[in-house]
Design a protein. Structure first.
Length: 73
């Protein structure tokens, strides 16, 4: 059996409620920061440009290869 008074239990519940609210707000802020694609693009501009260039060359090369095959066939 618990020897805590009702006031102590209420206080504990309020502290837990407050801690949970702070944790939820912290999680919400982290989630928004991670899913903000404009900020991510801005922070990782060089990687985005390099990635777009590689994808462009790969797609362009694939298209050129398909066109070359059709012309030979």
């Amino acid at each position: 059996m618990s020897t805590r008074s009702p006031e102590e239990i209420r206080g504990s519940i309020e502290r837990t409620r407050h801690d949970l609210a702070v944790s939820v707000e912290d999680l919400r802020a982290k989630f928004q920061a991670l899913t903000d694609w404009r900020r991510q693009m801005s922070e990782h501009r060089t990687a985005v440009i390099v990635g777009a260039t590689v994808v462009g060359f790969a797609v362009g090369g694939g298209i050129a290869a398909l066109i070359g095959r059709r012309r030979r066939a």
